[in-house]
Design a protein around this ligand. Structure first.
Ligand SMILES: [Zn+2]
Ligand SMILES: [Zn+2]
Ligand SMILES: [Zn+2]
Length: 165
């Protein structure tokens, strides 16, 4: 027994192989299809108070609420009017309203690799974490071409609107 001697390893930085967050441990993944077509689209049926950001359903007045991309024909291109404040076209608008409609759109969701890779701990992330998660999209069928400027945005594209915060 050497009670007063502090453990040497306690003061050392954790070496490489010790990955603090196992991939998928924090991030709950329902699969690409679910996120693109159902996430924050269907109304929540849970009447009890709960954390809306952790719930995949849509809630009254929630900013993340989306129109179903199959039911409503809109593209992943952000609506200029919605960005300025409000859009008179409402649900009939052909452009994306908000970051969730934009980034979860089938033309954009998981078409770029996440800067954090498999270490990403966002509860909801719009990017691919492995090469197999990366989606091929037919941009020609997805409406107007996305400008190069908005495509290279990556992480900055939705800075400050991380749904986990
Ligand atoms: Zn809910
Ligand atoms: Zn609009
Ligand atoms: Zn990520």
């Amino acid at each position: 027994m050497e009670p007063s001697r502090p453990c040497l390893y306690a003061s050392l930085p954790v070496p490489g192989p010790h990955v603090p967050v196992a991939s998928g441990a924090v991030r709950q993944d329902y699969g690409s299809e679910f996120y693109m077509l159902r996430f924050k689209v269907e109304r929540c049926t849970n009447p009890l108070p709960h954390d809306h950001t952790a719930c995949p359903a849509a809630h009254h007045g929630e900013k993340a609420r989306r129109r179903c991309p199959l039911k409503y024909r809109y593209t992943g291109v952000p609506c200029p009017d919605f960005r300025k404040g409000s859009c008179k076209r409402g649900d009939a608008c052909p452009w994306a309203h908000g970051v969730f409609e934009c980034w979860l759109h089938p033309s954009k969701y998981r078409t770029q690799l996440c800067n954090d890779g498999p270490m990403c701990s966002r509860p909801v992330c719009f990017f691919a974490h492995t090469a197999s998660e990366l989606r091929e999209t037919d941009l020609a069928a997805a409406g107007p071409a996305v400008s190069p400027k908005s495509r290279q945005g990556g992480k900055e594209g939705f800075a400050g609107v991380d749904p986990g915060v």
